[in-house]
Design a protein around this ligand. Structure first.
Ligand code: AP5
Length: 209
């Protein structure tokens, strides 16, 4: 899943995971997990995440390599939020080549920055299972509680307006160049982040078959 912060990558990754029974590998989620557990890697990552900067490649590539050791990736997987720059993309190419895996789709979610800022300020997420909600367009069944695990929903620390703006700049500078790489590879599929919630599932099925 490729696209600016808040475009809807995580929402779609969860739907694809349900549809095709595939694990989601989310570097943002794994890093937030490390932060809440207070591991060394989490402590180092937090200072970058709070500012909306990319966490150093060495840390992120390390956690991705470790994640690829788990057997569940063998039947397929969804990468959400990785790679995020050319160095990470080349690192991923190496991991995939070692395992004889081809990327089938790189889904680019396109959404206007103005809508992104509005959406992220009203996002809430589950700290336990990672489910994503929105105060207006995707409310949980019980106010403030996750539908899956009833944990109390939280607002992410990096969803403050000034940090969101910086994350968008970082995306434009460091991540957007990957669009050309994957377009040249013939795997890029562009979708609109404005597709209403009720139609996202069908939209993804059309693309993925
Ligand atoms: P990460 O967790 O990956 O965040 P991000 O890329 O900034 O993306 P988001 O999770 O904010 O948004 P999303 O596109 O998934 O949108 P969502 O589906 O939630 O990264 C966080 C930080 O970790 C980074 O800044 C960096 O520091 C670090 N990091 C992570 N990976 C890294 C890497 N590879 N290298 C280095 N550092 C890394 O949707 C947003 C909102 O919109 C939700 O409320 C949702 O309900 C709502 N919404 C979604 N779709 C719709 C719709 N169709 N209609 C209405 N509302 C909708």
């Amino acid at each position: 899943m490729l696209g600016p912060p808040g475009s809807g990558k995580g929402t779609r990754a969860q739907i694809i995971s349900e549809l095709y029974k595939l694990p989601v590998i989310t570097t943002g989620g794994m890093l937030r997990g490390a932060v809440s557990e207070g591991t060394d890697c989490g402590v180092e990552a937090q200072s970058y995440m709070d500012k909306g900067e990319l966490v150093p490649d060495k840390i992120v590539n390390g956690i991705v390599r470790e994640r690829f050791q788990k057997p569940d990736v063998e039947k397929g997987f969804i990468l959400d939020g990785y790679p995020r720059n050319m160095f990470q993309a080349e690192f991923l190419d190496k991991i995939l080549a070692e395992r004889g895996i081809d990327l089938t789709h790189v889904i680019l979610v396109v959404l206007d920055d103005r809508i992104i800022v509005q959406r992220l300020s009203k996002r809430r997420s589950c700290p336990k299972c990672g489910a994503i909600y929105h105060l207006e367009s995707k409310q949980p069944k019980k106010h403030g509680l996750c539908d899956n695990c009833e944990a109390k929903l939280v607002q992410r620390d990096d969803d403050k307006e000034e940090v969101i703006k910086h994350r968008l700049e970082v995306y434009a500078k460091q991540t957007a160049p990957l669009i050309k790489k994957y377009r040249d590879q013939g795997v890029l599929v562009e979708i609109s982040g404005e597709v209403p919630f009720d139609n996202i599932r069908d939209n993804l099925k059309e693309i993925l078959g």
